[in-house]
Design a binder for this molecule. Structure first.
Ligand SMILES: NC(=O)c1ccc[n+]([C@@H]2O[C@H](COP(=O)([O-])OP(=O)(O)OC[C@H]3O[C@@H](n4cnc5c(N)ncnc54)[C@H](OP(=O)(O)O)[C@@H]3O)[C@@H](O)[C@H]2O)c1
Length: 305
C-alpha cells in the first residue's frame, strides 16, 4: 500500500519541530504561516484563511480562474482554511468541482454553513453542500448568523455524532447578535465561533473573545476589512511610521495584525478575488504582532480615520 504524503503533512511536520517559519513555504512564498491549535482538539490551523463569498460570486462573470489563483496563493503560504456559505446550486456545483481537484482536496480545511429556516430545509441544504463539495466529513459546519439556531443545533450535534462533520459552530457578523451568541456559548460551548472583529470594530474583545478563551472555543474572524469599507476610510492616509515596529507593510496588514494579536483568535478569514491581495493578507501572519500598548495606539488611531 502506498501512503500519499500531502503538502499539509510536510508543513505540519516542519511546524511540529519548530522550523516552519524559517523555511520557504513554496515557490513564490518566502515563509509559511504560523499555526494555532483548535482548543478542543489540539489540531492546528494556519492563522490566515480565505472567505470565499466574493470570489465564488465572481464565478458567474469571470469563471473559476480567480478563486483558483487565490486558493493557490493561500496554499503557497501553507494556508488551508476556506470559509463558504451555501450559494445557488449552479454556482456551488462549479465551486465544488474546484474544491475536489486533487491540488486542493486534501489540503483544505473547508468551513460550510447552514443558512435557512426549518429542520428539513436545513438538512437538505447541508446534504447539498456536502454532495456538491464532495466532502464527507465536512471539516466545520456553522449556523450562519444564528439563523433558526435552536432548530439547527440538534441537527449539527447529530451530524457530528454520526461522523459527517468534524467540528460544529455558529457565526455572527454584527454586534446586535452578541448577546444571543454569548448566552449560546455559555450553554453549548461550541467547537468554533465565527465573529466580526477588527481595529475599527473591536467590541468582541470586551466579552466574547475572553469568554472563548475561558471556554476553549476556537475563533474564526470575519469582517477584517468590514467588507471593504475599511479601505474607503484609510485610502487617503499614509500608513504611520510606527507600523514598521510590528512588521506591518500595508493597511490590510494593519487590521489583520491587530486581529491576530488577540490570543483567542485561531484564524482570520479575508475575502478577496485577487492573488496579490491574498498574498498581502497572508503576509500579515508572518513577523511581529503588536503588543497591548500598541494595540491601544492602533485603536485610537483608527478612531481618527
Ligand atoms: N454571517 C456570516 O457568517 C458572515 C458574514 C460576513 C462575512 N463572513 C465570512 O467572512 C469572509 C470575509 O468577508 P467580509 O465581508 O467580512 O470581507 P472583508 O474580508 O472584510 O473585506 C473584503 C473586501 O476587501 C477587499 N480586500 C481584501 N484584501 C485586500 C487587500 N489586501 N487590499 C485591498 N483590498 C482588499 C476585497 O476586494 P478584492 O476582491 O478587490 O481584494 C473585498 O472587497 C466572507 O467571505 C465570509 O466567509 C461571514
Amino acid at each position: 500500500m502506498t501512503t500519499r504524503v500531502t503538502r499539509r503533512d510536510v508543513l505540519a511536520a516542519l511546524s511540529s519541530i519548530g522550523v516552519l517559519n524559517s523555511l520557504p513555504a513554496a515557490a513564490g512564498a518566502d515563509a509559511a504561516l504560523p499555526q494555532r491549535a483548535i482548543p478542543g482538539s489540539g489540531e492546528k490551523l494556519p492563522i490566515v484563511g480565505l472567505g470565499s463569498t466574493k470570489p465564488v460570486r465572481a464565478i458567474e462573470t469571470d469563471g473559476t480562474g480567480p478563486i483558483e489563483s487565490v486558493m493557490r496563493m493561500l496554499m503557497n503560504y501553507g494556508g488551508r482554511v476556506v470559509d463558504t456559505s451555501p450559494r445557488p446550486a449552479e454556482l456551488d456545483t462549479k465551486f465544488g468541482r474546484v474544491l475536489q481537484r486533487p491540488e486542493f482536496r486534501d489540503e483544505l480545511f473547508v468551513c460550510a454553513k447552514v443558512k435557512t429556516t426549518g429542520r428539513d430545509e436545513g438538512i437538505a441544504q447541508i446534504e447539498q453542500t456536502q454532495r456538491l463539495f464532495g466532502r464527507d466529513p465536512l471539516d466545520l459546519l456553522q449556523i450562519e448568523s444564528l439563523i433558526d439556531l435552536e432548530t439547527h443545533w440538534p441537527t449539527l450535534r447529530a451530524l457530528q455524532e454520526a461522523g459527517k462533520v468534524r467540528y460544529i459552530g455558529v457565526t455572527v457578523a454584527h454586534e446586535r447578535l452578541y448577546e444571543t451568541l454569548e448566552a449560546f456559548m455559555r450553554r453549548e460551548s461550541p467547537d468554533f465561533v465565527q465573529l466580526n472583529y477588527s481595529v475599527m470594530e473591536p467590541t468582541a474583545e470586551d466579552r466574547l473573545l475572553p469568554l472563548a478563551e475561558e471556554l476553549g472555543v476556537a475563533i474564526l474572524v470575519n469582517g477584517p476589512f468590514m467588507n471593504g469599507e475599511y479601505f474607503g476610510r484609510v485610502s487617503e492616509q499614509a500608513l504611520p511610521d510606527w507600523a514598521a515596529e510590528f512588521d506591518c507593510e500595508s493597511w490590510a496588514q494593519f487590521s489583520l495584525k491587530y486581529i491576530l494579536a488577540h490570543p483567542a483568535v485561531t484564524c482570520v478569514l479575508t475575502e478577496t478575488t485577487r492573488p496579490r491581495h491574498m498574498e498581502d493578507n497572508l503576509r500579515a501572519g508572518i513577523g511581529r504582532l503588536p503588543d497591548a500598548a500598541t494595540k491601544r495606539r492602533m485603536r485610537e488611531f483608527a478612531l481618527t480615520l
